[in-house]
Design a protein around this ligand. Sequence first.
Ligand code: AMP
Ligand code: ZN
Length: 489
Amino acid sequence: MYSLEDTHRVPDLIHVFNTLSRSKEEFMPLDGKNVRVYVCGPTVYDYPHIGNARSFVVFDTIRRYLEYSGYRVHFITNFTDVDDKMIARAHDEGIAVAELAAKFIAEYQRIAKELNLKPANANPRATEHIDDMVDMIKRIVDNGTGYVVDGNVYFDVSAFAAYGSLSKMPVDQMTAEARIEPDENKQDPRDFALWKAEKPGEPSWDSPWGKGRPGWHAECSAMSRHYLGVPFDIHGGGQDLIFPHHENEIAQTASAYSIKTPVKYWLHNGFLTINKEKMSKSLGNFFTAREVLDHYNHQAVRLFLISAQYRQPLDYSPEVLNQATQSLERLRNALDVLEGRLSLIEKGGTKPAQADSKLAEAVKKIRDGFEREMNDDFNTPGALAEVFALVKSVNTYASKVGKASAIREARSALLELMSVLGIDLETKTTREASASDELLGQVVDLLLQIREEARKSKNYALSDRIRNGLAEVGITVSDTKDGPTWKAE
Ligand code: AMP
Ligand code: ZN
């Protein structure tokens, strides 16, 4: 990890694909080394599917790489805890919207942990920021870009010349998309609701226009401004959010705060597909993140989710998940090879050999290659190919290396680069750890039974050998009146 003061190694400039310009641009944050990021989080009305999880992992990986490159990242991702979908689902289940939200926020947090997402600097909930939304909408009404009809407030798209600059959709296409949800109060079908008047049985808050609730787009504009100010550096989400969600966010924020470009870089992840079709709740072609994580190793799932560049589609199948599981094994084996070799060298059991410089050179080349790939719009498959080149070098050279330093460098490169991708090769998942604890328990119990048998037959040399051997690997045996017990360090 490079610290901010570490000037001897400034990686080349990062280039990011900006949806706003449809091109790769040099990444130059607005405020030096500080980067402010807002990513649209889940609508907490149901179990997220593994496609939603792709979006979470993509932006976590981008954040990790920015931090590795020396930036201080302020990362905000929200929970949409009130909107049409939330209200409909809570109604179907006969529970309060807040209860539904609490259940699925807890589920998100569990998934976030299993996928090794770094905690955000804040996870605001829309319902905690109604005041910010009302304040923003008031500004829009006051400056004439919004209008009120029967307690509803709409954004007047015709008053915002740049409308369409993100999605680049022709007006008739935007109109056709907007007509999917008709509303006779609107002056233009493209206008959208900033505030929705209260309907019976729905959660509502006070506002200058009467009781009601915010429109979905208003939520993200107000929360991003609250935590990051405007303008900020990166706004992320899936490609399905470009229109209308992000188009509308730009219109609202620009208009409320008199700012031309509220966000410098718009980044959108491609879809996780199944049989090449977008995975989605409405099509019913989805697997929940929960079922996938319960079935496969958590780190293998993450490895799969970063196996395509983030803007490209990624197709889900059991075969690719099995491949990811094998790839993870190869990475862990390389780590075992390095650790085995290191302990042999440290015990003085090997003679210096000729491959030290070869391994050191490979490590340097691979680090450079990894950074080159990640600097190119976070090309994770390219970066992973570099790490697998390291695995190959380890398997070729490690047994011929004599210097501990060469092994240590390879080991720290392997661990560090994978951890930039969010995969900690040293950490076992909870399930693996409990399985190996169980196995350890069985083996120690077996050894203690053999020791008892040895003692009974007065073979003290063997019983002492078992006890001392266990002590050497950190397992202390105590003899009690109920028989032997043991404790691992
Ligand atoms: P939602 O909870 O529906 O608002 O979605 C949370 C995030 O997942 C958003 O950024 C969506 O754009 C993203 N998303 C939804 N479906 C997919 C998919 N099939 N592949 C990748 N990202 C998706
Ligand atoms: Zn959003």
